[in-house]
Ligand binder design. Structure first.
Ligand SMILES: NC(=O)c1ccc[n+]([C@@H]2O[C@H](COP(=O)([O-])OP(=O)(O)OC[C@H]3O[C@@H](n4cnc5c(N)ncnc54)[C@H](OP(=O)(O)O)[C@@H]3O)[C@@H](O)[C@H]2O)c1
Length: 242
């Protein structure tokens, strides 16, 4: 079995996921670039291959569990059933402008399907492969907007950021991080939430930092040493409040 590290990043055809793939590739990983759209995913992978990186497209749609099975079959057949890093990056934010008193149920359900239920389903299916790694790492791309401590503090400056579906999906994701880290405490696997910063992407046109800088937190958590933390939420090396 190859000793080269294998990393899977979901929602990686653009934005932060793409930048994370590039940084893994530059560090010598074999990168599985997950995307829901085959054309966009293949084009993104080809761009990184052009730069000399070992990157392959993997079809993963967070709303379609059949694609999770195909991804598992690919890892089993082509990579000996081992995965070193999973970055759960794919995410949607549909409900800017809606607060908890008005967010349409369909928007709430769809957001949780992608950002929470699909993510847990995929992670559970990949777990046997991650447990086969000597240093498995799971990074959940969360957000400071999932923090209940900050939302309940009127001084925290989040009044303009109350998109309930998105925020609550990231709070729930943080709960998954804590519970999964505890469930895996007797293994080598580490599970952490990452806040990338205020990053300029299609999802955040007014972001203040580049995707290259925004990718750094997830990449750092994916490469934590054996004595590194698990079950936390971080931006760069700073621990954030739940
Ligand atoms: N940007 C920020 O400031 C910021 C801050 C905090 C947290 N985050 C988190 O970072 C992650 C990446 O965000 P981003 O800013 O890079 O957003 P982005 O540019 O909109 O990229 C989101 C990615 O997720 C994919 N995606 C959406 N729904 C999917 C599905 N059902 N299945 C598979 N992939 C799907 C998109 O694919 P398509 O191209 O096909 O739509 C795209 O590749 C998200 O989880 C977000 O919540 C971002």
């Amino acid at each position: 079995m190859s000793t080269q590290k294998i990393a899977l990043v979901t929602g990686a055809n653009k934005g932060l996921g793409f930048a994370i793939c590039r940084q893994f590739g530059q560090k010598g990983f074999t990168v599985l670039l997950g995307a829901r759209d085959t054309k966009r995913g293949q084009a993104a992978a080809a761009e990184l291959v052009q730069q000399g990186l070992d990157v392959r497209f993997l079809h993963i749609d967070m709303e379609d569990p059949a694609t999770f099975e195909t991804a598992c079959a690919c890892i089993r057949q082509e990579f000996g059933g081992r995965l070193d890093v999973l970055v759960n990056n794919a995410g949607i934010a549909l409900d800017w402008g809606y607060k908890a008193d008005s967010v349409p149920m369909e928007m709430l359900r769809r957001t949780f399907e992608t950002n929470f239920f699909g993510l847990i389903d995929l992670t559970q299916r990949l777990l046997p492969f991650i447990l086969r790694s000597p240093a498995g790492r799971i990074v959940n791309h969360s957000s400071v907007l999932g923090s209940l401590s900050l939302h309940s503090n009127p001084e925290a400056g989040l009044e303009q950021m109350k998109a309930f579906a998105y925020n609550a999906s990231k709070t729930a994701l943080n709960a998954f991080t804590i519970h999964l880290a505890q469930a895996l405490q007797d293994t080598a696997v580490k599970v952490n939430s990452a806040h990338p910063g205020d990053v300029q992407t299609d999802a955040n046109k007014h972001g203040q930092i580049t995707v290259t800088d925004g990718a750094k937190t997830a990449v750092r958590l994916a490469m934590l040493p054996a004595d590194g933390p698990t079950g936390g939420c971080f931006h760069l090396d700073k621990s954030l409040p739940w």
